[in-house]
Design a protein around this ligand. Sequence first.
Ligand SMILES: Cc1cc2nc3c(=O)[nH]c(=O)nc-3n(C[C@H](O)[C@H](O)[C@H](O)COP(=O)(O)O)c2cc1C
Length: 369
Amino acid sequence: MAGSSFGTILRVTTFGESHGPAIGAVLDGFPAGMPLCEGDIQAYLDRRKPGQSAVTTQRKESDTVEILSGVFEGRTTGTPISLLIRNADQHSKDYGNIADTYRPGHADFTFDQKYGFRDYRGGGRSSGRETACRVAAGAIAEKFLKDVLGIDLCFYTKSIGDVEMDPANFDRSLILSTPTGMPDAEANEKAMALVEACRMKLDSVGGVVEGRIAGVPAGIGDTVFEKLDARLAHALFSIGAVKEVGIGDGAAVSRRRGSENNDDFYLADSGSVEKRSNHAGGILGGMSDGSDIVVRAYFKPTPSIAQPQETITRDGKSTMLEIHGRHDPVIVPRAIVVCETMCALTLLDAMLVNMSARADSVARFYQRS
Ligand SMILES: Cc1cc2nc3c(=O)[nH]c(=O)nc-3n(C[C@H](O)[C@H](O)[C@H](O)COP(=O)(O)O)c2cc1C
């Protein structure tokens, strides 16, 4: 299938269907010599795993990763890193009634139009399960960013439905301990109640993931087609159910005056160029400007709901559909780590690409200066 690979120098390819024997990823172009073991990756996969709280599907998947290649004696070898996750909890019969019926909000209709044939079990390639592969590969990129380059990625739930976290209450330690992934205890309680109310009505709800990436040097990214904001938007839009991406203040800038929106520059005591504000979200002209990179992904409500919905069968008959499989009432809490690791892959790739941008740095690398 076309479109299963992402990246330029650091390139990830994912494979597998949600109800096949296994899913996985091949990460090529990763530098040799970084210490890596399965536990490094598993910690990230465990954040995406279903069945952990009331706001995620009760489907049980162990999501245990196996490294098949690219690591020797505990260090990356520079060769393709192959990662395998066996599918354990498949329950194909849960999806029996959607074999010939198009689920509203899903890829069933468009998949059939494109290929004339589809793996209907749990959405096949279009399943949220595919994102486990990206998390596994992206965990490796994030480890490099953190351990080798000192770059910190902090992603969390900004809002669920109309419940939004209050930045004044921001507590990073709550991201991994609240079921919603909100770094605000009060907002988490309200969001939990909202999700429960939706579940009781056999409904689902949308939300927003926000991320801050700190420690990125200025000048990463390109000026035209490969702008860093364009690359990050590509990465986030490639995740199922994302319907809008924001960088910095995002869509709000369209309602402002230039005088409000520009981030004034000043010279800090250290001599470095700083900005008084960060409406731009750390990217100017497609290149990082040295301040925090701020991104947001806006998720639609989970399309699979148990309420009766009007739809069409493959052979063109009108019908009503109720979906009774096990689905997340809200996608956002499990998608946080997906957004984070997709941004890690994107950023590390852009940083590797950037190494050939200047003659003097190429000369320095080959010690010819
Ligand atoms: C982490 C994650 C989990 C998901 N879980 C579900 C789910 O349980 N049920 C469902 O109907 N959709 C789920 N989705 C969303 C569908 O995969 C997605 O909406 C569908 O493929 C259609 O693609 P589109 O929304 O991008 O148009 C999930 C998405 C992600 C990223």
